[in-house]
Design a protein around this ligand. Structure first.
Ligand SMILES: Nc1nc2c(ncn2[C@@H]2O[C@H](COP(=O)(O)OP(=O)(O)OP(=O)(O)O)[C@@H](O)[C@H]2O)c(=O)[nH]1
Length: 318
């Protein structure tokens, strides 16, 4: 406002600005009746200022969390201070459709909200101003970044071909299980298994078909295990399972089931139908091994014994 302007003129301009600013402005009295509803609010709600004038906000917006907003507004009026809520605490107050073309992936407009006290000439707070900021772009970017980060950390823990835990991640779990045993002495079994004569599968059907066999073994085995068991791809055609709270007899039963299901399966590949078998070594954790690597060595010795005694069988480390 400059000195030359008359007050009504400046008021007119200011009202124009309030009308057209890209922020939602709502003035409410302490009964939540609406006294100002700017263009932003009209455009996004489809409700005109004339319609909503003097109406109680909650009557036209039954979705607004009444208790929450009342508590906030009471505090603002009582303390005569502003309150702020970000989209991360509450994605939106007014359920407006997202109209941004670029961030059209989100259905609703994300909003930051400020509630300001409006005092009269005597300093009494009788009205409140809600300022509604459209932060859909920021929220969408942040969410996309979070999703990308989550995917990256998932990728760095898993094997690309089979989606199973990769060697490093799985070995860490073996180590953790070993430490748990040292403390609590629970039953735990470790399993290593390996596809028999996999080289001849690759030689006969090609590497891509070999890859399909690896995916088949991953899905088949995973479906036969419990959520609490940890399955990993240890090497090329070698896999490992940690079976917590499982003694050697339990482990043998599970491994026998896996062995049988695989022996009966036929993998449909682009190069033809492939049948295959696996050899398995089991080592239950006892006081003997000094570290988890020794425990893995025991399972690997058992696997070697299964291979050298004819394949398609299970050997338990004694
Ligand atoms: N298709 C495919 N083959 C792989 C992959 N990783 C390792 N291999 C193959 O797995 C085969 C392993 O061969 P070997 O170690 O001789 O073992 P094997 O032929 O299974 O014989 P045994 O284990 O003694 O029964 C090799 O031909 C590797 O090329 C992979 O990611 N994809």
């Amino acid at each position: 406002m400059t000195m030359n302007e008359t007050a009504p003129q400046s008021l007119h301009w200011m009202m124009d600005m309030l009308e057209s600013v890209e922020v939602g402005l709502v003035v409410l009295d302490l009964e939540f009746r609406v006294h100002l509803w700017n263009g932003f609010m009209e455009n996004h709600s489809g409700i005109s200022a004339n319609t909503i004038h003097n109406r109680v906000l909650f009557d036209l917006f039954p979705d607004i969390p009444r208790d929450w907003l009342t508590r906030k507004a009471d505090a603002v009026a009582l303390l005569n201070t502003r309150a702020f809520t970000s989209w991360e605490q509450r994605p939106y107050l007014f359920r407006f459709r997202n109209t941004r073309p670029i961030t059209g992936t989100e259905d609703y407009m994300f909003q930051n909200l400020t509630i300001s006290p409006l005092a009269d000439a005597n300093g009494n707070v009788e009205k409140l101003c809600l300022m509604v900021y459209d932060v859909t772009d920021i929220a969408t970017n942040k969410r996309a970044l979070e999703r990308a980060n989550a995917q990256l950390s998932r990728l760095s823990m898993t094997d690309r071909l089979t989606g199973l835990l990769n060697r490093a991640t799985w070995e860490n779990l073996v180590d953790a299980e070993f430490e748990r045993f040292r403390r609590y002495g629970q039953n735990t079994s470790l399993v290593l298994f390996d596809i028999d004569a996999f080289k001849s599968v690759n030689d006969r059907y090609g590497h891509l078909a070999g890859d399909e066999v690896l995916r088949h073994i991953a899905i088949t085995t995973k479906n036969l295990l419990r959520q609490s068991d940890s399955l990993g791809r240890y090497g090329g055609e070698e896999f490992g399972i940690i079976l917590p709270e499982t003694d050697v007899e339990g482990a043998r039963t599970i491994c026998e089931r896996i062995r049988e299901v695989i022996e009966r399966s036929e993998v449909q590949t682009s190069a033809g139908r492939i049948r295959y078998t696996i050899s398995t070594g089991i080592a239950q954790l006892t006081q003997t091994p000094k570290n988890y690597m020794k425990w893995m060595q025991q399972a690997d010795d058992a696997l070697y014994a299964a291979k050298s005694s004819g394949r398609n069988r299970i050997v338990v480390h004694q």
